[in-house]
Design a protein around this ligand. Structure first.
Ligand code: UDP
Length: 239
């Protein structure tokens, strides 16, 4: 079957993995998310994943506590490693091969990032999970998703959220909010829409990397996307 996107960079926020709880990981949610990865792999899509850490810790949280921001960010990046390890095992439990590559070196637990190697691992059908964000404080895992997406030559960055796209207003607060089906990079900036943080967004724009925001828990949504069907909101150059 013809696929529109053959190699994708999937971004999960940490919060997407905590289910109905307000902290940590939910086993059921992890399985649901990974089942979608399995469906993608069964179609032959190459899947790289960047996972966040907000379900455990965010560096900005510690402001005023006496812990330095850089230390907090290191802690946040460690949180993404915890999520990545959990994801890897659940991916493997569904009989897929998986690797965790960490931007911070953690001997015995993960290997480092090497774009050339990753392309080969993806082509060989492995699910590659990128942990520890960019490896530097003051960035986010959205920026890591944009960066890894560009580095591995992904066709698109898919940002999985709890909302099924980008809306004119917050749909939880404003019932008249409408979902955009497509937006250009310039429109996102003009309308001041929150798609990703600016660093991540500009990286995608500068490298003409399309972004699609979608609801990971909507059945078949990600499959529809890789087949080129309309789902969520697409941000691209519009050309
Ligand atoms: N972080 C960082 N550098 C990075 C990526 C993440 O310092 O390149 C830290 C930062 O403290 C961030 C935390 O890790 O708050 C967790 O990442 P993020 O907030 O992006 O997770 P998400 O919101 O996607 O769950």
């Amino acid at each position: 079957m013809a696929l529109k996107y053959k190699r994708i960079l999937l971004k999960f926020s940490g919060e997407a993995l905590m289910g109905d709880g307000d902290f940590g990981l939910c086993a059921d949610t992890l399985r649901k998310v990974v089942k979608q990865v399995k469906d993608l792999r069964d179609l032959g899509v190459e899947v790289g994943i960047v996972v966040g850490g907000g379900n455990i810790f965010r560096g900005a949280q510690i402001q005023g506590s006496g812990i330095q921001r850089t230390t907090g960010d290191h802690m946040g990046m460690m949180a993404t490693v915890i999520n990545a390890l959990a994801l890897r095992d659940v991916v493997e439990s569904l009989e897929m091969k998986a690797q965790v590559l960490s931007a911070m070196s953690i001997e015995g637990i993960s290997t480092g990032f090497n774009a050339n190697l990753v392309r080969k691992q993806l082509a060989a059908g492995e699910v590659v999970i990128f942990a520890a964000g960019t490896g530097s404080p003051f960035f986010t895992t959205d920026t890591a998703a944009a960066l890894r997406g560009v580095e591995i030559g992904a066709d698109i960055v898919l940002k999985a959220t709890k909302v099924d796209g980008i809306y004119t207003a917050d749909p939880h607060k404003d019932p008249s909010a409408e979902r955009y089906s497509e937006l250009s990079y310039d429109e996102v900036i003009q309308k001041n829409l929150q798609v990703m943080d600016m660093t991540a967004f500009v990286l995608c724009r500068d490298h003409d990397m399309p972004i699609r925001v979608f609801d990971m828990f909507k059945d078949q949504a990600v499959i529809r996307i890789v087949k080129g069907e309309d789902e969520g909101t697409l941000v691209s150059s519009g050309e």
